[in-house]
Design a protein around this ligand. Structure first.
Ligand code: ASP
Length: 348
């Protein structure tokens, strides 16, 4: 289906809130909306595998992260600062695969990736494979603001973090019992099925099929967009492996002309699909509304065998939260009154 620019804009205006399982709502007439959407990872997130206590813990932490970011926007702060505020709360929580509580690689080490992008300037900062930086999203922001580069990796990135005065912790800070058990399970599965490449859904052997990466997209009062993503990658990943999250245009992308996107899922597919930029390009070159652009890109990813999801926000406050997994931890708050926290795929 093709749209003229006018038709597309009309469609976007009619769909301020649209995701895989969310109803559409319209912003108050004349109001210039601001707000944000966050995710805490997609995957096999289903009621029957979750206690009421765990479910409540996820809902509370998602609401806390969302509200931390929203408070920044409410007092007139920038979209990039809101993204950092929201992502930081999730990095500091053991519930998610980012910062404290990140998954372990095949050596039993946490190697963290993160990125942030400012849709106003198209400035970006990204970090890959750091082992001692407490909040990788802060390092990504420091790289964006205080270096002439976009991405720093490994020991050089850690040196930059120290020089920038960021908090440094031993790698053991990130490691939790839960993640150690997951790695042990993954190793056992690998031993039992050596040579098996991937499950039918693209899941690598040993992966427990939850992608707990965290991310946030925001639109501030000045109409600027930003996106940020932070992750420990995938359980039992090969030492040195870098996923889509810190790759600008793949797992993270923001452009004031179109939208801001943060992804979660099987990174190898998101990198090859250049998912964040693909959604933006459909809007810029094809004049598609955000929800349709995001749905088409995710469908293409699914056709290629990729699983996961994303959150996106447009310059007019339209949002999309599509995923092709049973669930995705997600939450949003928009100045026009919409506010929600959702975990499962069947939640309205
Ligand atoms: N996309 C991340 C990666 O592949 C994983 C995730 O979303 O949980 O590194």
């Amino acid at each position: 289906m093709k749209f003229t620019l006018t038709q597309a804009l009309a469609l976007i205006g009619a769909s301020a809130l649209s995701g895989s399982a969310e109803p559409a709502k319209r912003p108050a007439p004349g109001a210039r909306p601001y707000g944000l959407v966050i995710h805490g990872g997609a995957g096999v997130i289903v009621r029957k595998e979750m206690t009421a206590q765990t479910e409540a813990a996820y809902r509370d932490k998602l609401a806390q992260a969302r509200d931390a970011g929203y408070a920044v926007l409410e007092r007139g702060g920038s979209a990039t600062d809101a993204v950092v505020a929201a992502v930081r709360v999730m990095e500091d929580s053991p519930l998610f695969n980012a910062g404290y509580g990140a998954v372990l690689d095949s050596d039993g080490v946490c190697e963290l990736d993160a990125a942030i992008m400012d849709g106003r300037t198209l400035g970006a900062g990204a970090v890959a494979g750091v082992q001692t930086v407490k909040n990788p999203i802060l390092l990504a922001k420091a790289i964006m603001e205080r270096s002439p580069h976009v991405m720093l990796a490994g020991p050089g990135a850690e040196r930059f973090a120290k020089e920038a005065g960021l908090e440094i912790v031993p790698n053991s800070y990130f490691r939790t019992e839960r993640r150690m058990r997951e790695l042990e399970r993954a190793r056992q599965q690998e031993r039992q099925a050596p040579g098996v490449g991937q499950a039918a859904d693209g899941t690598p052997p040993g992966e427990d099929r939850k992608w707990g990466t965290v991310g946030c997209v925001a639109l501030d009062r000045d109409g600027n967009l930003a996106a940020g993503t932070s992750t420990g990658g995938m359980t039992n990943k090969k030492f040195g492996r870098v996923g889509d999250s810190p790759i600008i245009g793949a797992g993270t992308y923001a452009n004031n002309a179109t939208c801001a996107v943060s992804c979660t899922g099987h990174g190898e597919f998101f990198m090859r699909g250049v998912v964040g930029h693909d959604i933006s390009a459909r809007m810029e070159y094809g004049a598609l509304p955000l929800a349709e652009a995001a749905a088409r890109t995710l469908a293409k990813l699914g056709d290629a065998g990729g699983t996961g999801g994303l959150v996106a926000i447009g310059r007019d406050g339209a949002v999309a939260m599509p995923f092709n997994t049973p669930g995705m931890y997600r939450a949003l708050r928009i100045s026009t009154g919409e506010s929600l926290v959702r975990l499962f795929g069947d939640e309205r």
